[in-house]
Write a protein that binds this ligand. Structure first.
Ligand code: 6CS
Length: 360
């Protein structure tokens, strides 16, 4: 647990204004510490890049930005400093999307779930049971997919956001105040979701009553019963202490939590070839690193949740038959995506489905 123990801290998003000022003054909250030089003689000019994330220290996205900062610092002999920012000081997740778009920060780890109202195609990640059950295979597809890295990227670039990589933070599970084992358990169930309309649609398909909200409000909302459950990878459930205010965790593996490494498109285009290559290569190298990081964190927090006798959580492992009952209701949502969400007649989805089939 840390100060973001998240239950106390997040009432205090009033620090937003102050933090914006800090950003404007270039005051990164945790700059890359292991400066490997002062950049003299480096082929790179002195520069500072701000890198905002939706998570806090110890969680995958923030640790990703910190590792990226360290690598850039080393590779440029200290000429380029990357300042990673934890979630909490720069507004909500959707505020952070705007901040990247208007160039207030240069880089961001972004969850497509918070851009769904804008980049319609990005809602593809809301489709449950689409990616393989193997998280490793999923990471391979996210890394190599042309549908995502070329076609979907182009859709984001219409909004000045360039996703340079897609990666998984692990399989998502459900936590709840009443047991969830079959779709009827979701009937009228108040489910917290991210903002994408298609995520809401996916839970309505189970009969649930989805409510979008920021994760900063989630601990309290679960505690006071405003919502009865939520979905997230295990590391996030444990680190944000959601299990403390939930009685059950269903191992459903119904989807992967996908995050994107993004840059402001105009800023990226304005960089020299050497800087672009530096970023691209480092982002690619980080695909294996982040896979191992999420695996380590997810395993660690599964043990912590199991061993937390003060806040016992009953863990329900769905059988394949039980998962199939959810899958049967999730598959038709793909047609809804094709017909009502996609602006390219589901072409990106069709291509992705083919890539997934080929990869398996
Ligand atoms: O549930 C959420 O909204 C948060 N979950 C994760 C795994 N990362 C950040 C995100 O905002």
């Amino acid at each position: 647990m840390n100060i973001f123990n998240k239950k106390y801290f997040f009432g205090l998003l009033t620090v937003v204004t102050l933090s914006f000022l800090l950003v404007a003054c270039g005051g990164g909250e945790d700059e890359a510490t292991n400066d490997s030089g002062n950049g003299e003689g480096s082929e790179y000019s002195q520069d500072t890049w701000k890198f905002v994330t939706e998570e806090v220290k110890g969680q995958v996205q923030y640790e990703y930005a910190a590792e990226f900062a360290k690598r850039i610092n080393e590779k440029t002999d200290g000429a380029i400093t990357v300042e990673p920012y934890e979630y909490g000081g720069l507004g909500s997740e959707t505020d952070q999307v705007e901040l990247l778009q208007n160039g207030g920060v240069q880089m961001a780890v972004m969850s497509p779930g918070f851009t769904g109202g804008m980049v319609k195609e990005g809602q593809i990640f809301a489709l449950q049971f689409l990616f393989p059950d193997s998280v490793e295979k999923t990471q391979e597809i996210l890394t190599n997919s042309e549908a995502l890295n070329t076609d979907l990227r182009a859709r984001y670039e219409e909004y000045s956001i360039s996703p340079l990589a897609f990666w998984t933070e692990g399989a998502m599970q459900w936590t709840s105040s009443t047991p969830v084992e079959k779709p009827s358990d979701f009937k009228n169930f108040k489910m917290r979701t991210q903002e994408s309309p298609l995520i809401l649609e996916s839970y309505e398909a189970y009969g649930a009553d989805p409510t979008p909200m920021s994760w900063s409000e989630l601990y309290t909302a679960l505690d006071n019963g405003t919502v009865q459950g939520q979905e997230n990878p295990i590391f996030f459930i444990g680190d944000a202490s959601f299990h403390e205010v939930q009685d059950y965790m269903t191992i459903s593996n119904h989807n992967n939590y996908v995050a994107m490494t993004t840059v402001n498109s105009d800023w990226y285009d304005s960089l020299g070839e050497a800087e672009q290559k530096l970023i691209d290569e480092t982002v690619q190298e980080m695909q294996d690193w982040v896979f191992e990081e999420q695996q380590r964190e997810n395993e660690k927090f599964l043990e912590e949740i199991k061993n937390d006798t003060t806040n016992p959580t009953e863990i329900i492992e769905l059988t394949e038959e039980q998962r199939q009952a959810f899958k049967d209701l999730a598959i038709p949502v793909r047609d809804f995506y094709r017909e009502n969400v996609s602006t390219v007649n589901g072409e990106i989805l069709d291509k992705l489905v083919k890539e997934i089939e080929d990869a398996q």
